[in-house]
Design a protein around this ligand. Structure first.
Ligand code: AP5
Ligand code: MG
Length: 209
């Protein structure tokens, strides 16, 4: 199964993908996570994207498409995937159409007031990437990951100014994909509000699992 997760920043794409991968047996491919790994490792790609990401803007299409082409060519992606955060522009969607077919595009619907609260309280494990929220999904011990004890940090783009840019960018460049995929007949929209397990249940039901 080849799935795309679409939705504004903070919609819960990463959270629901992490909950679903075990049951579906698919790799979770997040372009945001791939870019953050490149920044952390100080690669030439990382140096190019660091400031763009921190400001909340989009990485240029050519760089992003190349990254995804390479990742989807790896062995674990042969049987399908959950693609989280890509495509984010119409040119990226057109490019993906030439690389691979897509079975379903899942659009997580969450209002702006809710995503702002989610993003400003998000914490992420520096070593394994597990996602927390200080109020909604707190770790057992403050500041430490439940899985590996890793340090929890706040993403550079979860600061107020960058959140605003990300929401504006989403509306201008990514939201048009809802119509674009809607016309192709592969879109389903899911209510992304409520307990993550309830959102996961809605998602699984929508894909017939
Ligand atoms: P990316 O990492 O993809 O960020 P994003 O799309 O802004 O989405 P987020 O990761 O912020 O949100 P999410 O939907 O995954 O929510 P999460 O599950 O974490 O991209 C980052 C940057 O990389 C971009 O800005 C851009 O610069 C670059 N980039 C990436 N892809 C690109 C592309 N294709 N083209 C160009 N540039 C690209 O949840 C958020 C919070 O809410 C967490 O704290 C979580 O605990 C909490 N939460 C989740 N679900 C619930 C729930 N049901 N109830 C309560 N709280 C919840
Ligand atoms: Mg994410």
């Amino acid at each position: 199964m080849k799935l795309i997760f679409l939705g504004p920043p903070g919609a819960g794409k990463g959270t629901i993908a992490d909950l679903a991968v075990g049951a579906l047996g698919l790799p979770h491919i997040s372009t945001g996570d791939l870019f953050r790994a490149a920044v952390k490792n100080g690669t030439s790609l990382g140096l190019k994207v660091k400031d763009i990401m921190a400001s909340g803007g989009l990485v240029p299409d050519e760089l992003t498409i190349e990254l995804v082409r390479e990742r989807l060519g790896q062995a674990d992606a042969a049987g399908g995937w959950i693609l989280d955060g890509f495509p984010r522009t119409i040119p990226q969607a057109e490019a993906l159409g030439k690389i691979a077919g897509v079975d379903k595009v899942v659009n997580f619907d969450v209002a702006d007031e809710i995503v702002v609260g989610r993003l400003s309280g998000r914490r992420v494990c520096r070593s394994c990437g597990k996602i927390y929220h200080v109020a909604n999904m707190p770790p057992k011990k403050e500041g430490a990951c439940d899985i590996d004890g890793g340090e929890l940090y706040t993403r550079d783009d979860d600061k107020e100014a960058a959140i605003k840019v990300r929401l504006d960018t989403y509306r201008a460049q990514t939201a048009p994909l809802i119509d674009w995929y809607g016309k192709k007949g592969s879109l389903m929209t899911i209510d992304g509000v409520g307990d993550p397990k309830a959102v996961l249940g809605r998602f699984m039901a929508a894909i017939g699992r």
